[in-house]
Design a protein around this ligand. Sequence first.
Ligand code: SF4
Length: 321
Amino acid sequence: MKDPFLYHPLWVSAKRFYDLKSYFFNRFHDRVYKISLDAGFTCPSRDGNCTTGGCTYCDGRGSLLRQRGQLPSITKQLEYGKSLYVRLRKARKFIAYFQTGTNTYAPLNRLRSLYDEALSVPDVVGLAIGTRPDAITPEVIDLLAAYANNKEIWLEYGLQSMHEQTLFRINRGHGLQSFEEAVQMAAGCGVNLCVHVILGLPGETPEMMLETADYVAQLPIKGIKIHSLLVLKGTPLCDDYKAGLFSLMNRQAYAELVVKFLEKIPPDVVIQRLTAEGYRDVFVAPSWARNKLQVLQQISNSFVARDSWQGKFADLAGDRY
Ligand code: SF4
């Protein structure tokens, strides 16, 4: 078996994949903490702009902050998050993570104001912006590219699956072409692209999910977030689950699939997430997903069992950039 530290020179930790901690260490020689923000964004797949009802798995409630009432300013949210990390981890650097809703879905002036405010908070070294591929414009890309001259900027696109029939079934409200256009719009502009995928979506076989891995592996992206499918109370997905219209993977099958997925991903792509978590008050299934540490351990065990690592079967001759 290979010494884990020999897998790739970029991988600082002993994990068999390029984790975010390693990336931040390489980039900043320090630990960097992401602070999740809710700026009050809505979503075009809920308000009728592209569809209604939202993705079938999304409970649409937004962050806990939003559920409690009026949202604090971005500065207040960041200062609060910073104070926690400083106290608990002696943190010195932070990324402002615009997480809730579709975080480019507003007029350009509003976006600039929000992003400027976040970047003006001391010790915030960059932004991470979660959005949908159909909610991005060349003007937004130009804005982010300007920030990227001296800040760390991540743009996160939800894809979930490369398969059109799946995107339709989960009511994403956009197809693969829209995603490809959004990737091309941002490629080479200095902004780091991250793609979100979900493993275990209704109607998908393991082969289909690994086709999504092959697809994203050849894109000019710098990061991936892999989520396990969660069934949440009150969602259309929950209705389908209770009606027996699809079944969920067990933890071992999920862990093995994650490893097979990562084997196809080039070793310089940062793996920012390996499972979904949270939503405790509306969580329905699968029960194993409640324990993130056990899921991560099972993934680690699967790497060892397969004597494997991220990029083991990646096409490193591909021209991604
Ligand atoms: S795009 Fe995101 S916020 Fe909008 S419905 Fe889907 S999961 Fe929810």
